[in-house]
Design a binder for this molecule. Structure first.
Ligand SMILES: *Cc1c(COP(=O)(O)O)cnc(C)c1O
Length: 410
C-alpha cells in the first residue's frame, strides 16, 4: 500500500509511483510544466496558509462539511446494516468535483497563472472548472469533443454562462480522449500563464497524488461524523470508481484501519464484452493512458478500447494508478455493476430516502443492494453519494420509456 502509513499529504514515491503504477509517461515538452507543478504543490503542502485558505473556500463556497445522512428506510429495504450516505451531492455544483477544482485553482493562483484549461467528457468537470475560474476571475477554456457537446448541450450552456470558452474538438472519436490530447497541446504551448486543471486521480505525477489529497477531505469528515454518530468506525466503505477521485477521497483516511473493508464499483455497462463496459480491473490490463501507468481497457494491439456506461462519469478506459496499487495489494476490492442494476438503485434510493442520486453514485448503491445478504444487522456502512441525480433525470426518463419499465412506476 503506497505510503498509507504517512499523513494525508504524504504521497507516492519520489518518481510518482504507487507500487510501480503512476509515474510520468509524457513527451519531453511536458516534463518542465509537470516539474514546476510538483514543486509548487510541495511548497503549498508545507504552507499552513494554503490549507487555511482551502478550508475557508470549502466552508464558505462549497458548503462543507457535507452531512453524513443515516439511510434508515433504504437499510430497512435491505433488511440489514446501519447505512450512512456521505452527501457530496449537497456541495455547490452538486458533486465532489468542486473539492479538487478549488484546490487546484488556489494552487494556480499561487503559481501566478491567469488562465485555466481543462478537458471534459460529460461536462461535469468542465462545469466545476468554469465555476472556480469565475470565482477567481481567471480566463477559462474547456476542450470538449463535438460528439460530447451534442450529447451534453446543457452543460455546454452552463460553462458558457459561467464565462468559459468551450473549444470543440472534432478529431478522432470526438469524445474525451481527443479533448485530452488537445488540452495537452494547449498546455505545452501556453504553460507560462496557463494551469491545466485535471479532473480526477489520473494523468502524470503529481496529479493523482494532488487530486487525492484535495478529495481526502471527504474521508476526514466522514471519520469524525461517524464517530460522533455511532461512537465507532465503519466496517464497510463503498464508492463508485470512474477515474477514482471520489472513492480514494472517501477511502484514504481509513486505509490504515485494517478492520475496514472497502469496495470500489466500476461501470459494468451492458455486459462483459470489450466496448460494452468500463470495468478496467475485470476487462483491462496494464497500460499507459494520459501519462500514467495503470489498468487500461485496450485491445491486443494496445489500442484504447471503446467503453460504455449509462453514467458518463464512469465511462473512461483507464483508472487512477493508486487504485491499481490498492487492487493488486488486495487492500481494496473492486467490482462492477451493470446499467440496469444502477438504474434500479437510482429509483430505489429516490423512493426510500427522497434522494435522487447521480447515476455514478447509483452504482455504489446497487453494489450495497447486492451485498445485502452478507451484512450483519449492525454492520456499519458508509456509501459515498458522489453527486446528485438532477443531471440524469432526462436520460433516465428516456431509458425507462424505452425499456417499458414505466408501467412499474405507477
Ligand atoms: C465525475 C463523477 C464521478 C466519477 O469520477 P471519480 O473521479 O471516479 O470520482 C462520480 N460521480 C459523479 C457524480 C461525478 O460527477
Amino acid at each position: 500500500m503506497p505510503a498509507a502509513k504517512a499523513g494525508p499529504f504524504n504521497g507516492p514515491d519520489a518518481r510518482g509511483r504507487f507500487s510501480g503504477y503512476g509515474g510520468r509517461f509524457v513527451p519531453e515538452t511536458l516534463m518542465g510544466p509537470l516539474e514546476e507543478l510538483e514543486k509548487a504543490y510541495r511548497d503549498a503542502v508545507l504552507d499552513p496558509g494554503f490549507h487555511k485558505e482551502l478550508d475557508r473556500l470549502f466552508r464558505t463556497y462549497a458548503g462543507r462539511p457535507t452531512p453524513l445522512t443515516p439511510a434508515r428506510r433504504f437499510a430497512a429495504h435491505i433488511g440489514k446494516g446501519r447505512i450512512y450516505l456521505k452527501r457530496e451531492d449537497l456541495t455547490h455544483t452538486g458533486a465532489h468535483k468542486i473539492n479538487n477544482a478549488l484546490g487546484q485553482i488556489l494552487l494556480a493562483r499561487r503559481m501566478g497563472k491567469s488562465r485555466i484549461i481543462a478537458e471534459t467528457g460529460a461536462g461535469q468537470h468542465g462545469v466545476a472548472t468554469a465555476t472556480v475560474a469565475a470565482l477567481f476571475g481567471m480566463e477559462c477554456e474547456i476542450y470538449m469533443g463535438t460528439e460530447d457537446m451534442r450529447r451534453q448541450a446543457l452543460n455546454v450552456f452552463r460553462m458558457r454562462l459561467l464565462g468559459a470558452k468551450v473549444r470543440p474538438v472534432d478529431s478522432g472519436s470526438r469524445t474525451l480522449k481527443d479533448a485530452i490530447n488537445e488540452a495537452m497541446r494547449d498546455w505545452v504551448t501556453n504553460v507560462a500563464d496557463t494551469h491545466y486543471l485535471l479532473g480526477s486521480v489520473l494523468g502524470a505525477h503529481p496529479y493523482p497524488w494532488m487530486v487525492r489529497d484535495f478529495q481526502a477531505v471527504i474521508g476526514r469528515e466522514a471519520r469524525e461524523q461517524i464517530l460522533a454518530a455511532e461512537g465507532r468506525l465503519p466496517e464497510l466503505l463503498v464508492a463508485c470508481v470512474g477515474g477514482g477521485s471520489n472513492a480514494i477521497g472517501l477511502f484514504y483516511d481509513f486505509l490504515r484501519e485494517p478492520g475496514i473493508r472497502m469496495i470500489g464499483v466500476e461501470a459494468g455497462g451492458r455486459g462483459p464484452a470489450l466496448g460494452d463496459h468500463a470495468a478496467r480491473f475485470e476487462g483491462g490490463s496494464k497500460g499507459v493512458l494520459q501519462g500514467t501507468l495503470s489498468y487500461v481497457l485496450q485491445d491486443e494491439n494496445g489500442q484504447i478500447a471503446g467503453t460504455h456506461s449509462v453514467s458518463a462519469g464512469l465511462d473512461y478506459p483507464a483508472i487512477g494508478p493508486e487504485h491499481a496499487a490498492l487492487h493488486d495489494s488486495g487492500r481494496v476490492q473492486y467490482t462492477s455493476v451493470r446499467d440496469e442494476a444502477a438504474l434500479e438503485a437510482f429509483r430505489l434510493l429516490s423512493r426510500t430516502e427522497g434522494i435522487i442520486p447521480a447515476l455514478e453514485s447509483a452504482h455504489a448503491i446497487a453494489e450495497l443492494l447486492r451485498r445485502g445478504p452478507e451484512l450483519e444487522p449492525d454492520t456499519l456502512v458508509i456509501v459515498n453519494l458522489s453527486g446528485r441525480g438532477d443531471k440524469d433525470v432526462n436520460q433516465v426518463a428516456e431509458i425507462l420509456n424505452q425499456d417499458d419499465l414505466k408501467g412499474r412506476s405507477e
